[in-house]
Design a protein around this ligand. Structure first.
Ligand code: MN
Length: 249
C-alpha cells in the first residue's frame, strides 16, 4: 500500500513523526509536508509563486518539504512520490483538535480533502486537547492508529467522502473506544483582540476562546468530550438537500 502523508504543522512537527511511524506498520510511506507551520490555512493552494521542493532524510521513508500549503503538498506528492497512483492519504496528526467548524479552517483536514477530491482514500487525524498547553498525548494517537488503520482503510465510503478523526488527548488506557459521529459545533468568542505596537498603533490578533458546549450528543465534540475517538465521514458535496428541494419546488 502506497501511503502519502502530509500535515499543516510542518515537516518538523512531532505529530507528523508519530503518524509516519503508525503508517509504516501498514505500507510504504512517502512524506510531503510544508517547510514550516501552516495551521489554519484551510483549503488554500499556491498559484502565483513557484513551489520549491526539497528532499530530506527520513528513516525508512522518502520525504520532501515544500514552501507551500497542505493542498500543494498532496499535489506535489502525487507528482513526485508515486505518479502512478496513491492508495491512501493521511494528514496529521494535528497539534490540537479539528472539531466541528474547525474543519473549514484546518490545513490538516484540507490535506485529506484534496486526497478525496482526487479519488484517494483519505483520513485526517488530530489530537483533541481542550486546554491550551495541556499534554497532547501523541502516543495515544499512534497506538490507536496502529490498531485501527486497517479497518479505516477497509471501511465502505462513497465517492468524495473522507474521514476526519479526533483522538482525545488522554492516556491510551483512558480512551473509551471510538464512535462514528456527525460534525458538531465549535464556536469561538472574542475572536479578535486589539493590541498596541511599540509606536502606539493598534493591531489585531486573531485567536479567540473556544465556547464549546460539550453536551452535543452524536457529534465529534460530544464523543471526544466523553473520551471517545471521533470518526466523522465528511462529504465534499456541500449541497444542502432540504434547501435544494425547497428551492426547486
Ligand atoms: Mn495544525
Amino acid at each position: 500500500m502506497r501511503i502519502l502523508i502530509t500535515n499543516d504543522d510542518g515537516i518538523h512537527a512531532e505529530g507528523l513523526r508519530v503518524l509516519v511511524r503508525a503508517a509504516q506498520t501498514h505500507g510504504e510511506v512517502a512524506i510531503v509536508a510544508p517547510d514550516r507551520e501552516r495551521s489554519a490555512c484551510g483549503h488554500a493552494m499556491t498559484m502565483r509563486d513557484p513551489l520549491r521542493v526539497r528532499e530530506v532524510e527520513w528513516p525508512g521513508a522518502r520525504a520532501w518539504h515544500v514552501n507551500g500549503l497542505p493542498v500543494d503538498c498532496i499535489n506535489v506528492g502525487r507528482a513526485v512520490a508515486w505518479p502512478e497512483g496513491i492508495d491512501l492519504v493521511l494528514s496529521g496528526i494535528n497539534h490540537g483538535p479539528n472539531l466541528g467548524f474547525d474543519i473549514t479552517y484546518s490545513g490538516t483536514v484540507a490535506g485529506a480533502m484534496e486526497g478525496a477530491i482526487n479519488g484517494i482514500r483519505s483520513i485526517s487525524v488530530s489530537m483533541a486537547t481542550f486546554v491550551d498547553s495541556a499534554p497532547l498525548h501523541f502516543e495515544t494517537g499512534e497506538r490507536w492508529l496502529c490498531e485501527n488503520l486497517p479497518s479505516l482503510i477497509r471501511a465502505e465510503l462513497p465517492d468524495l467522502c473522507f474521514l476526519n478523526i479526533n483522538v482525545p488527548a488522554i492516556a491510551f488506557e483512558e480512551v473509551q473506544g471510538e464512535r462514528w459521529v456527525r460534525m458538531g459545533r465549535r464556536v469561538y468568542e472574542d475572536r479578535v483582540e486589539v493590541r498596541s505596537d511599540p509606536w502606539g498603533r493598534p493591531y489585531y490578533w486573531q485567536g479567540g476562546v473556544v465556547v464549546m458546549h460539550r453536551e452535543q450528543p452524536n457529534t465529534d465534540v460530544g464523543a471526544v468530550s466523553e473520551g471517545f475517538v471521533s470518526i466523522t465521514p465528511v462529504s465534499l458535496d456541500w449541497t444542502h438537500e432540504d434547501a435544494l428541494l425547497a428551492g426547486a419546488r
